[in-house]
Design a protein around this ligand. Sequence first.
Ligand code: GLC
Length: 627
Amino acid sequence: MSITKIRIGIPFNTEAVVEQLPAKDVSSLKYFELDETEDGLFFRYEDVTEKTAVYGLGEQVRGINKKGWIYGTDCTDDPDHDESRKSLYGAHNFIIIDDPDRAIRFGVFFDYPGKVTYDLGYTDSTELKISVSDKNIDIYIIDTDKLINIVSDFRHLIGKSYLPPMWGLGYGQSRWGYKNEADILEVVKKYKDAGIPLDMIYLDIDYMERYKDFTLNEEAFPDLEKLSDDLKAQGIRLIPIIDAAVKVEDGYDVYEEGVQKGYFCTDKDGKPFVGAVWPGKSCFPDFLQPKVRDWFGKKYKFLIEKGIEGFWNDMNEPAIFYSENRLKQVIERTIELSKTNIGLEEFFELTGMYATLNGNKQYYEDFFHNVDGKPVRHDKVHNLFGMNMTRAAGEAIKEMYPDREFLFFSRASSIGAHRYGGIWMGDNSSWWSHILLNLQMLPSLNMCGYLFTGADIGGFGQNTTEDLVLRWIALGVFVPLFRNHSCMGTREQELYRFNSISTFRNFITIRKAMIPYMYELLRSSNEEGRMMYIPLAFAYEDDERARSVEDQLMMGDDIMLAPVYTQNAKGRYVYLPEDMLCVRMKSVDEYLIYELPRGSHYVECALDEIIFFVRSEETIDRMLGKA
Ligand code: GLC
């Protein structure tokens, strides 16, 4: 292993890495030309050819090979993410550059808490340009022989990942829209009537009293503890959501304590910064302070004492719908404009103002953290917010319940948070392209330390279709975080709502049988710093064709995944880098196996089948717990 740490300036300590290496100065920087200008630092990797590939960046749009687009690591709440986007909910600054023409291959981690821009051959196809608008950064360069080993060296540097309890690998049903206990009981009953196994139901924001963290809407959930106990007796766990921001409300203890103790991020005058999220005007806990993390993290006890054993953390980019100040300005301007004949310019000004209220990046320049007594403007350390919210709960819960395991995942993240919780892939859509995106994010996230992850199956936004859910579940069966989730107002997508109930029952039963196998794969991948999902380019480095496969993955060493992700397709083309057995599985007892030689094949796959590939039949028995 060879890792070179280079320090430029006096970087902010992100706590992303766990191995403390001696730092070298910038003269030890390899592979990159460095330009230092007034605007910051620019790292250029030149002479890029068609064969150069770039991997990594964790949760991002586009393919496994990231070359050809411009990305920014800047935690962003973006529910409409198509391939035009540059940033999603997580910010993961690790890439691998593989340049076979020059026999160069290395990993690089830009350890920086704010936005880093990766122009990966977008502006100039012969150049990769990484830029930061700052002159303080740690850079780690990892030189290792194989792609797979670059990842394990990096994972060693950043420390072991969060692992869920084994039950957390079960199937979970979620929907923003379950309003009360009766809704939850109906979901349980309908799953039971359909004979489809269910392990978890997620509680979205409606379980709270007016969206206030660590409160209960007691009218809707009169006895959460009893509900939780009754469901647990049936093998079903309730998993409530916790949001990052705290409602501004006199008499609400969390808000009052936070104000009193100075635990919220502040505005330029030192007053708690107010922005709006679900509960309306809210304050943002300053998760960068250890005592705030401890305070907030210990509040989860409120729910744990009611029998809760798992949580999902949300809106922690942080998402801000509007800031108090900006809303005021917009309303005042609207009143002024209303006195005019709203012509072209005024009309666009008006619509523009409202369109840019939600998620305006300007808000991140309007509030401050307190780091060791000094104010630090939020945008400078933006990507550490979600990470430290996850850490708050992760650390406090471990301290309070050292012998218990909790299911725990978050929306926003950066490298480092992988040690405290998993992540889901944010608000996706019921689009076929998002099945592929789900697959492509898996190895990229594994590279950045995230093993426990998955996407909202069926799609969060937009209306789903039965065949989309079938194909997505057929991939989800192999993915650790196995949750069907959708947005209020979209078509309901609980599995019992469709005609293919027996297929769903079969698929979920396959997954249930696979849990011990998957858990062991997760555990050993974590132990050894291996990826659980491996691109073919990594598993078959010397195979030129494998290097360009973007829609198949190895799951561990023994299973190759090749899901169908297009509507009305009766199957798909698959590239086999070696002779393999094709498995077409309908249920744990019914599957077809046949040999296929190395090369490309069209493989049929009906809607009631899951296809995958193995080298020996014995793998199937192990996978299904029969061996
Ligand atoms: C956010 C979350 C989504 C949740 C919704 C309401 O959009 O990403 O999963 O359902 O908020 O809480």
